[in-house]
Design a protein around this ligand. Sequence first.
Ligand SMILES: Nc1ncnc2c1ncn2[C@@H]1O[C@H](COP(=O)(O)OP(=O)(O)OP(=O)(O)O)[C@@H](O)[C@H]1O
Ligand SMILES: [Mg+2]
Length: 458
Amino acid sequence: MPLQSKIILFFFFFLSLIVFQWLFFMSHEEKILKEEMSARASVLVKTLGELSWEPLLNFQISRLEMQIDSLKQEKDVLYARVVNSNFLVLADTRRDQEGWIYSGIISMVPEIIMQNRVLVAREPIIILESIHGMAEISFSLDSMLEKVKRSRILFIAIFISELILGFAFAVFLEIQVIRPLHKIAAGVDQISADSINSSLTIPGKPSVEILKVSRAIDNMRNKLRKNQDELISKTRLATMGKIGFNLAHEIRNPLEAISGSVEILSSGIEENSKEYSYLGIIKEEIHNLNDYLTEFLDFTKAETGHRLDINPSELIGDSLLLLGPLLKKHRIDVSDNTASIENYWNVNPNQMKRVILNVLINSIEAIGSDGKIEIYTSLHDDKLELIISDSGCGIFVDNIDGVFDPYYSTKKDGSGIGLVLSRKIVEQHGGSISMTSNNSKIKYMGTSVKIKLSITGA
Ligand SMILES: Nc1ncnc2c1ncn2[C@@H]1O[C@H](COP(=O)(O)OP(=O)(O)OP(=O)(O)O)[C@@H](O)[C@H]1O
Ligand SMILES: [Mg+2]
């Protein structure tokens, strides 16, 4: 059952409970008040009867009058009278009624009669088993009925205020809980449809709890989106690995044959000839192609191969040596602060050198010419971070998440696999690689790549 229906149902249940309580209380209160009044009337009329028999026998009218007059002070008493067995009214608080003939019958038993707003109590005056007269007192029920009326009004006022309160509470629930919940549900539906990228917004001023729920859903959506991106990326990597492996095998063999043939051809040609320089270009391109294929093959390998304990500064030194001419050509100054490292990584040196080369080449390409690369380390517990920072063009905030995606490249001739391959190698070694860029659309400030790996013996 929807929450809304439950609230309406609860509201009606609550109302009927109040009405039931009210009816019960009303009938009970009136009954109790009438019983109290009857008990009081019967005591008073009995007392009057007992006190009246003697003056009645002796016909002492003034004594009778004194007795009934004392009842005038009693609350709610309308009149009191004493009648003899000949139905003659001997004494009455309303003096003008004295001497009149009583029109009713004199019963042998006490009587309490309630009529409209009046209660009449009668007590026979019996002496030696014969009836000599009757005492009668009449009470007004006005004050009692007024009391009942007042409590009824009070109860109706309480009922109406509870009704208003209940209604206000229902409206509050509708605005603060039910509507936002519907919106959250619609938002979640939207996420499951296709717009996983748009965040969940609750219009108006939702309550703190609803905001918490919507934030939790938004966080979940973000994680879902990241997982989805990762899954897509991993699937693409897996596919790429298979294609790369097949390609490498299919292309490498004919390449070997071409390379061998070119070697044979060049041995018979004069070194300064045009043909020799063309063959040189072919050899160089075959070499490049081979490198490219090796990268693909490395990428498809699921293990790190032979590992050694090696000081990261050694890997940096070797890589900088290789890139020396390129750095010089581009007038890039390198500040290598890794010489003092005393920790070791247990890695496959060739694979890790490939990672460092990829990162350094990216920095060179980002700088273009005239710039600076800074290399330093930072030790955190059992992890050593190698940080390579450059003063290059940087990466726009919106693009930073995509740099590790396969084929993502902003370069004219870039293949977009350098960082993918690097990440795969680092992760295979149990480490992580991340990138930060301090850029904005207004100011370029360069990029930092952080390679984090456990140190040996820690
Ligand atoms: N140091 C850097 N400064 C600025 N952008 C960078 C840097 N390193 C990487 N990038 C960005 O990340 C993208 C992906 O880099 P990646 O090395 O994976 O591919 P690539 O360099 O384009 O091609 P290749 O596969 O030949 O290396 C680059 O095209 C570039 O946009
Ligand atoms: Mg690259």
